[in-house]
Design a protein around this ligand. Structure first.
Ligand code: 8YV
Length: 317
């Protein structure tokens, strides 16, 4: 079997893929749309391995050769793939859920803690050489214990985030399409209506996919519904946030701080974020650990193998 690997990845993942596939690989960075179409046709590949940095829209899908039976993405999110267009062409699409839930929740909680304790300001002071005693009133953060964390999207990552917050003594409220079974809810309060939940939140963390329904969920109106002095965390997708409204809420101090791993125009960062001290910034590294990225890569390969073997992998979209 032949596969096109459209992005650079861990050698262990490449070796795993080469057990079943003759791999066509990008020499350097991620492949663009035209290169993917050209290489897939030239090599008549059976599978396409992509990551969120490889948009696979209908236009590219039309250009793929008939040999391509599966598009397997190295991600849980699949907003970069036109799944309907792929299905219409008889191409299966698979993703890598579950294996990254803990790593992503760890990063979300890390951002929440760092935002609550003003880590960027503390770090900046140290990097300037420190050299002065802080007053007992200086650089004060806020406690998370006893506070309420609101979670939008109580899937696997959202529930891992809730577990971490409980361990820090936080109360959990959540908004999800459906109410969870009490075994999964673990005492968290359910809100069918997002706007009704927001005023209760001392912190809000997003764990929902980037879709038409979630686009700019956080905007001027919804940020205003959050408590003054609350904290905002996003490790989901930048498309859920209107960045103008977020920057304004951080500038005015309506938000105490934010922790962000995802942005609207990745990999471009709105330079206005750099002027703010109350924002912790990370370059989309939610799943970026050796173990998790290895598991994601192996699962991406297994998903493609299952489709091409005529089976139906659990992670088919
Ligand atoms: C990326 C992600 O997969 O899983 C997702 O949806 O956004 C990330 O885990 C990762 O950045 C590799 O491209």
């Amino acid at each position: 079997m032949k596969a096109l690997l459209a992005f650079p990845t861990l050698e262990a993942v490449v070796a795993r893929a080469q057990k079943s596939f003759t791999l066509v690989r990008s020499g350097g960075g991620a492949l663009g749309v035209d290169e993917i179409a050209q290489l897939a046709n030239e090599h008549q590949v059976d599978a396409l391995f992509v990551a969120p940095r490889n948009p696979v829209r209908a236009e590219l899908i039309q250009k793929l050769p008939a040999t391509v039976k599966v598009i397997s993405t190295f991600s849980v999110g699949f907003d970069h793939i036109d799944v309907a267009a792929a299905k219409a062409k008889g191409i299966a699409v698979t993703n890598t859920p579950e294996v990254l839930s803990e790593a992503t929740a760890n990063l979300a909680f890390l951002l929440l803690l760092a935002a609550s304790r003003r880590l960027p300001e503390a770090e900046a002071l140290m990097r300037q050489g420190w050299g002065r005693h802080l007053g007992t009133q200086d650089l004060l953060g806020v406690d998370l214990t006893g506070k309420t964390l609101a979670i939008f999207g109580m899937g696997r990552i959202g529930r891992e985030m809730a577990d971490r917050a409980r361990a820090f003594g936080m109360k959990i409220v959540y908004c999800n399409r459906n109410r969870l079974h009490p075994d999964l809810e673990k005492g968290a309060a359910y809100f069918a209506n997002f706007k009704e939940m927001l005023p209760l939140a001392d912190a809000l963390s997003l764990h929902a996919p980037g879709t038409n329904e979630t686009k700019e969920l956080m905007n001027r109106e919804t940020f205003a519904l959050m408590k003054k002095g609350s904290i905002f965390v996003n490790t989901a997708r930048g498309s859920l946030v209107n960045e103008d409204a977020l920057i304004e809420a951080l500038r005015t101090g309506h938000l105490f701080a934010a922790g962000l791993d995802v942005f609207t125009r990745e990999p471009t960062l709105d330079p206005r974020f750099l002027e703010l001290q109350n924002v912790v910034l990370a370059p989309h590294v939610g799943s970026a650990t050796i173990e998790t990225r290895t598991k994601m890569g192996f699962l991406m390969v297994e998903n493609a193998e299952a489709v091409l073997d005529g089976g139906k992998p659990a992670n088919i979209l």
